[in-house]
Write a new protein. Sequence first.
Length: 212
Amino acid sequence: MGIELAAVEVTGVEATRAAVEVRLADGKVLAFQALTPQAPGAGLGKRGFLCGPPALYVARLDADAVRRAVATMASELSGYWLRIYGRASAEPAPAKPKVKGPALAVASVGLTDVEPKRSPARCSAVAQVRLTDGREFSILTASPAWFAEAFQETWLAYFYGPSVLFLSSVEAKLARQAAEDLLARGDRWLCLYDSPRTTLARVLVDFKARHQ
């Protein structure tokens, strides 16, 4: 059983993004962004990486397309992804350590499943992040160019699911900077991005098979 929707409002529509406000039948309001596949390329900035709250990606940024995607989110897995998106829209404060000791930090970051291997500015990978407390996270990573092309080649009308870390060049050094940025906001963000035992290419193909 999914989540019952009362209304879905799409506002502030720009070339590559819009604001989505979802009102549930129980009175709760969830908010997140809808983006085109080209949006990550415009949002990288000087840092060369883009990470933050999860976004709904749509091939066409119009209200009807967004509403269809939100309706699917509400019906799948009892509305699991819709709730995740709504909770993550308000950025939490950095996590405070429960016990005194060395500050939590990123110990190492490596890249696996790089494809294609010779094109760091146009490829995807999985960033394997290890913290000094021993925890490990697998983060789906891609360059904006690869993501936009994969979205189009897969013929997706929309996509939601695991969060994606975007890098201007898929390299371990830049992935580490992004991981440190996520950790500085609180280790909850690394948990949000964690997607073990898969790749972004596989996620997109599986999503297409399930929904479209």
